[in-house]
Design a protein around this ligand. Sequence first.
Ligand code: 3HC
Length: 676
Amino acid sequence: MTSPIRTERHDEILVIISDNQPVNALSAAVRQGLEAAIKEGVADASVEAMVIRCDGRTFFAGADITEFTKPPVDPLLPTLVDMIEASDKPVLAAIHGTALGGGCEVALASHYRIAVPSAKLGTPEVKLGLLPGAGGTQRLPRIAGVKLALELTAKGDQIPAKKAHEAGLVDRLAGEDSLEADAIAFAREIKAARPIPRASEKVAAADPDAVAAFKKDNARRFRGFEAPLANIACVEKATDGSSYAEGSAFERQEFMKLMMGVQSAAQRHIFFAERQASKIDDVPADTQLREIKRVGVIGAGTMGGGISMNFLSAGIPVTIVEMQQEALDRGTGTVRKNYEATAAKGRMKPEQVEAAMGALTPTLNFDDLAECDLIIEAVYENMDVKKEIFTRLDKIAKPGAILASNTSYLDIDEIAAVTSRPGDVVGMHFFSPANVMKLLEVVRGAKTAPDVLATVMALAKRIKKVAVVAGVTYGFIGNRMLMPRQVEATKLLLEGATPEQIDRVHVAFGMPMGPFQMSDLAGVDIGWHRDPSRIENIRDALAAENRWGQKTKAGFYDYDEKRTPSNSPRVAEIIEDFRAKSGVTPREIPDEEIVARTLYTMVNEGALILEEGKAQRASDVDVVWIYGYGWPVYRGGPMFWAQSEGLPKVVEGLEKYGFTPAKSLKDAAASGGRIK
Ligand code: 3HC
């Protein structure tokens, strides 16, 4: 097998080049090649300095994550980077693309770093539930100080080369197109400079205030996660007077702990699951895509406006249609307000706001959609209304235009059937707020054409969404799984639990909020029959009293002016009344029962969805819950979590509370296999 590493001589400079596509991950072959090349450079008396660079789109993007579950192969990355640093001839890292994780650590161990202005550096291991385990936590604070080391390691932020240059992390910026030549010239300048600057020999000043402030500022973000704290502890170790060797031994120990833990396994699972989700089993990757130059959006409400922003932000012009001028003005006004709020936070330039708004064409004329390549209907959930819209669209849309519905529950096939082109019809289920939430459920109808599906999946990537293919089923993947949770949560209230108890169990699990906090945010009146005299469950009773959630300052909780929730005595009464009316004597509900009835039932529904072929793979279900509903990523999504919880335990829990476990779940539990 040929090595991914080759060397080229430029007189006294040895250039070591990696070519391991697509991202130059530091696989065993790459590490072995680098080790051999460095040894060659050190041994050859005519070599005076070495440059390490990569072919293709990026400098090393990290350790090869696929190797993490395999037996280790020498040289291990920490050994290799120490060997690079120990070289008695200067080594220079020449960076383009993204120097991430182990790649960044190769750069930190090199004696000098030169980067093109478009390059980025970072140690995103924390996003995989890990820490930079090849000296990164020890060298970063020594080179760039505690503050930046914390941002990079514990948050996993990437920084642009220019900022890295200012912070002393990069010694020199190269020309965008002349990296190799500039690196060789730099190597010639420093080839004789002594002492050779070695990061491990530097001393990093402790900064306890910065550490305390960092922990406080990020407490919410880090809640439940193990890796950020381990990263912080390692950075602190680099500054507490310990030697480099002691610090790196500590780093190694912490790295191995995280690596063996379930959180990192979950986060690595999601890394690959997210990438896998974009692949459609029976649609070839090279399917010819349809060109999308202009998008039409029907409905300028919260959803329509949010959906439009995704395309505008990606530079794709949008025609947005409403029935009334007032609604149109309100909708476009909200889009502008949202952009201006982003600009006020410094995350957008004023000219970018104007460019996005300039690409938005508001209109009352439905026929203006004729020029759009993709038209997304985002009106309220009513089959008759949607059918009427698609009948009209069929008449005016140009041939080949993709016709999408943003329905969250309804049957795409029934909608497609009113058109003469069901192959062009697809579901695009955005999650609210649509300009923020990463998930897009792409609903594949019975007749949706493969190229329509492939085009929408590719477009999702362009607008920075994580797209998952779902089949036609009520509520698709996410909302269908939400249903048993909501039903059981409400039943538990009747039987004796309180909203606070159920929400507490969910928040402790890692959810951003519990089912009742979510109801209050979304609106208790959603889906309500609007007849105050008809009270069939606790939700009806709340809705009948105008307790519609945060918007009416009362729902399952009471809210003050600042929307701070407090437990509601009135809700306790309503629940009591309803229990009395239903003849239910309340009982103590153990937390474990809440978990089984509101979370195991979701897993069960996920298994049924998979059995019915409405999701392609278990990991897709996980991606839906991570990106659409805030399921804690360190638990890897419901299907991964069930697996780590133990499928026999899940099956047992379901049966204990009277549910019928899905066949696939039972089979996998019995055989010790996985849900696929
Ligand atoms: N190891 C193995 N495979 C990797 C990989 C890695 N570190 N990084 C990316 N890949 C694979 C992806 O799975 C994908 O495979 P596929 O085509 O079969 O689906 C392919 O490379 C291309 O990746 P993307 O689709 O993500 O390409 P993008 O251009 O969108 O993004 C990237 C490129 C920014 C480099 C992104 O892939 C990324 O963030 N990679 C992970 C970086 C990372 O986490 N590095 C740290 C690794 S852990 C480590 O280094 C431990 C050390 O400290 C000891």
